[in-house]
Each structure stands twice: as C-alpha cells, then as structure tokens.
Design a protein around this ligand. Structure first.
Ligand code: ZN
Length: 149
C-alpha cells in the first residue's frame, strides 16, 4: 500500500530543513560566493515552489538546489526530503516514485547520483589496526569506541 505522504508535508518547513542540510554555512551565490543578503528574489518556480535568487554582485541566479544533485530538477522540497529518506532506507524506486509522485526514471537517476556522491565521499585510507572486525569491514570510522568499564 502506498501512502500519499508528499501531500502531508509543508514545503516551507521542508525548505528550512533542506537549507540547514544542503547549505550548513548559509545559502550563497554559487558563482561568486556572495551571501544571500546580496541577492534579491528573482522569481518563484511554479512546479517546485522554489525561490530563485539573483545575485546583486554577479547577476547569477541560484536556488536552494544549486550545487546539489537536485539542481535543475522540479522537485518540491518535500519530494526532495522524502526521496533522500527513501534512498537512505533502501526503499525500491518504484514504490518511492509512486509515493512521492515522481517518474520512476527520475527517482532512479537521482538515486544513482546520490549513491555516486556517497561512494566518492568514502574514505580510501586503510584502517589503522592489523586486525579488522567483521562489522568494520565496510566502514572507516577511524577509532574504535572507548573502553568499557
Ligand atoms: Zn554572485
């Protein structure tokens, strides 16, 4: 059974959440790094409900998605969050596509882009220990937890 979960999300609240995680140091112009204070609202996109900003210093335009895998897509902020959640939880693309009202191909392509980013960000340094426990094989957290009492 699919749930119409995307309709239950508020896009303004979703935008605040995405801003926090996509741009932890604040949204900046991707062209000249000017802050959002140096930009004005250029327009609002109808499908995605995203605000497009125009930089006053370089006249470049950007959105919340600029510089992310979602750049150039028409996803609503709620759809972006639910897609990220679904990919992290390993939900099948077909189910995810139906629940967040996207084409299966779109979900599949975004999933591949997210997974490629995750793979690229994996550390490639060897573990420090000579012996590796089974649960450490696929991670490289650096240090083992503190000693137990
Ligand atoms: Zn700029």
């Amino acid at each position: 059974m699919d749930f119409p979960i995307v309709d239950l999300f508020d896009d303004d609240v979703s935008t605040v959440w995405l801003l926090k995680y996509f741009h932890p140091h604040g949204l900046k112009c991707p062209h000249c790094q000017a802050s959002l204070k140096d930009a004005r609202i250029f327009r609002k996109l109808q499908r995605s409900k995203l605000t497009v900003y125009r930089c006053a210093k370089c006249a470049g335009v950007y959105t919340l998605y600029s510089g992310t895998v979602f750049a150039g897509t028409c996803l609503r902020p709620a759809q972006a969050i639910l897609l990220l959640r679904g990919v992290c939880k390993g939900e099948p693309s077909a189910t995810l596509a139906r629940e967040i009202k996207l084409a299966r191909k779109t979900v599949h392509e975004l999933r591949q882009a997210l997974q490629a980013n995750a793979e690229r960000l994996q550390p490639n340094t060897p573990l420090k220990d000579q012996r590796t426990e089974t649960d450490e094989l696929f991670q490289n957290a650096g240090e083992k937890r503190r000693k137990t009492r």
